[in-house]
Write a protein that binds this ligand. Structure first.
Ligand code: SAM
Length: 254
């Protein structure tokens, strides 16, 4: 495969099992001029595992502004760059999103090298409805925006997918229960790794389970959408009668 110059390759890496790196991803990593990694230690050991020697630059939350400009300048000068994140598909709930956006804004070609993503991996084996789903990423740390995020989802009928860190899992399950009441949830843990686990339960069941068990590892949470029956829409006659009743009530008040 001939690699294009002046291109940002968004290269997906494994989320646990290194055999999930695709042959095409391997080839691109071997051929690009340099690699932009969320964490150069993580990126470096991945490249070392596959025997690839390549200049690495870091690109993460706190240097993404100036580093993004530097990466784009190099690409515009004729180099090709592979963007990798710590795991999975870059730009999905990680800072790669900003680099892809900047490249698009500057007219730089962005080419995806697809592979595993934690959310799709979890959903595909969860047994939850997957015809329509929404990905909600991480909940915010701030109580206010967390509450707003969750209240926006009340009444959401699609399956909802969240990323969560183990130390915040218990609080998140409590917040889900307070917002949505009891409903089905699948906790997909340590996907593609030795201790991969799918816990099929309810919110109350998960809260109870994690009272005694310490949450460990990485989690994707798959929450059932609202399954309550929809209210039947009003007929024209009913709407007319309701309007009339509201008008009369208003007139009586005057
Ligand atoms: N861009 C990545 C993707 O979608 O493939 C996800 C990056 S995000 C910063 C990291 C989160 O993805 C973790 O906190 C966890 O929620 C989820 N995750 C990543 N690897 C996982 C795994 N092996 N098992 C379960 N969840 C995982």
């Amino acid at each position: 495969m001939e690699l294009a110059k002046n291109t940002l390759y968004v290269v997906t890496t494994p989320i646990g099992n290194l055999s999930d790196l695709t042959p095409r991803a391997l080839e691109v990593l071997e051929k690009v001029d340099f690699v932009a990694a969320e964490d150069t230690r993580v990126g470096g050991s991945l490249l070392a595992h596959f025997g690839i020697k390549k200049p690495l630059v870091s690109y993460y939350e706190h240097n993404k502004r100036e580093r993004g400009e530097m990466i784009i300048a190099r690409i515009l000068e004729g180099e090709s760059c592979a963007l990798i994140s710590d795991a999975g598909t870059p730009a999905i709930s990680d800072p790669g999103e900003d680099l892809a956006k900047l490249c698009v804004e500057r007219g730089v070609k962005v080419s995806p090298i697809p592979g595993v993503s934690a959310l799709i991996t979890a959903l595909s084996a969860s047994g939850m409805p997957s015809g329509r789903f929404c990905f909600e990423g991480f909940l915010s740390m701030s109580k206010k925006s967390r509450r707003e995020h969750l209240s926006d989802l009340v009444g959401e009928r699609r399956t909802m997918i969240f990323y969560e860190a183990p130390h915040k899992l218990r609080a998140t399950l409590d917040d889900f229960y307070k917002t949505f009441g009891d409903r089905k949830i699948v906790l997909a843990r340590e996907l593609t790794k030795l201790h991969e686990e799918f816990i099929h339960t309810t919110l109350s069941g998960a809260i109870e389970y994690y009272k005694d068990v310490n949450p460990k590892g990485e989690f994707v949470l798959i929450l059932e959408g609202d399954t309550s029956p929809r209210e039947a829409p009003m007929s024209r006659n009913e709407r007319y009668r309701q309007k009339l009743a509201e008008k009369r009530a208003a007139e009586e008040e005057e």
